[in-house]
Design a protein around this ligand. Structure first.
Ligand SMILES: NC(=O)c1ccc[n+]([C@@H]2O[C@H](COP(=O)([O-])OP(=O)(O)OC[C@H]3O[C@@H](n4cnc5c(N)ncnc54)[C@H](O)[C@@H]3O)[C@@H](O)[C@H]2O)c1
Length: 313
């Protein structure tokens, strides 16, 4: 049975714990901060109750799932038996470089060592490491126990078998992997998100509409289709195929893309405008409650999506 170790158990590591435990794996958890470890276990307990309520624990009880989580006091104890290590330490290059040097002799030579990093290529923190062919990036979207996508990005020296084993494990635990052929800044999901955020700020800066109207355009418009399909399938179904859509609308989009070509900095006054509009909708004191609401919505939608796709709707 594959043994899992989580290194770094903050926001993302805590959610990874549920992904692996829910799938039946024993998981050791290590974090230098005891408070983070406690918070991760509290998070796993409360979230697993919500998942059970929505029948998203494959018939298991929350306590069965939580019993597979084993917090440990040091890195060696966490990783020495692990077949797969998911690292979710802070997004700072120096921390990751030091951590991977420390991990090199502690992890098994045939273990997979995956980083959750949002933006750092694995080559930037594993270059000097012994056994670097074990390492790659497995980038989740937060929170991974409710959002299945993971991006698998090998470094130039990652062994092909490591990519294959990671892909298979991700599918086994219910995540949906996509594979990048080579390292690129922002990977795929954040490059797409960057294009949308860039345009969203431009629309507000130019006084075309409010920040809340941008959010409505996605939440009550584009996002409903995107819940089930991506932009290419969307265009495919909005005409008689992609070629027909491009013939009808390609030149319009090309014109828009030229207008969107000059990147703008997200500047002080612009940020203040968007911040003010957001705080009017969600006061600062309500942000945590709103995050819990988001996670509940995601869980309900995940259930609905799996029912629809299984033909149960
Ligand atoms: N937050 C997100 O939305 C998100 C999404 C996808 C990926 N990520 C990536 O996941 C990683 C973790 O992000 P997060 O948001 O969970 O951060 P976080 O600050 O919530 O958690 C980081 C944890 O790492 C611990 N830590 C500090 N030094 C460490 C060390 N040397 N070894 C092991 N653990 C250490 C901290 O105590 C903390 O609990 C980052 O690389 C980030 O880019 C974050």
């Amino acid at each position: 049975m594959t043994k899992i170790a989580l290194v770094g158990c903050g926001l993302v590591g805590g959610s990874w714990a549920l992904v692996f435990a829910r799938a039946g794996f024993d998981v050791t958890l290590y974090d230098p901060s005891p408070a983070s470890l406690d918070a991760a276990l509290d998070f796993a307990r409360s979230s697993s109750s919500t998942l059970a309520e929505l029948d998203l624990l494959n018939g298991q009880s929350p306590s069965e799932v939580i019993s597979r989580l084993k917090p440990v006091r040091n890195l060696a104890e966490a990783v020495h038996h692990a077949d797969y290590i998911q690292e979710s330490a802070p997004e700072r290059l120096a921390i990751k470089q030091a951590l991977y040097k420390e991990l090199a002799p502690l992890a098994k030579m045939d273990a997979v060592i995956a980083s959750s990093t949002s933006a750092l290529p694995a080559s930037s923190f594993t270059a000097e490491m012994e056994g670097r062919e074990r390492c790659l990036v497995v980038h989740p979207i937060n929170p991974p126990h409710l959002i299945p996508l993971v991006e698998i990005i090998p470094a130039p020296w990652t062994a092909p078998t490591v990519v294959e084993r990671t892909d298979a494990l991700m599918k086994q635990v219910g995540q949906v992997p996509i594979r990048l052929n080579r390292e690129i800044a922002g990977f795929v999901a954040n490059r797409l998100q960057s294009a949308i955020l860039s345009e969203a700020f431009r629309l507000v800066e130019d006084g075309i509409c409010s920040a809340n109207d941008v959010d409505t355009a996605v939440a009550d418009g584009l996002g409903l289709r995107w819940f089930f399909m991506g932009p290419f399938e969307t265009m495919d179904l909005n005409a008689q195929g992609v070629a027909d859509y491009c013939a009808k609308f390609g030149s319009t989009y090309y014109g828009l893309a030229k207008e969107q070509a000059d990147p703008r900095e997200w500047s002080g006054p612009l940020i203040a405008t968007v911040e003010k509009q957001r705080r009017e909708k969600t006061p600062a004191g309500n942000l945590d409650a709103r995050k819990a609401w988001r996670d509940r919505c995601l869980a309900v939608l995940l259930k609905a999506k799996s029912d629809v796709l299984r033909g149960n709707a």
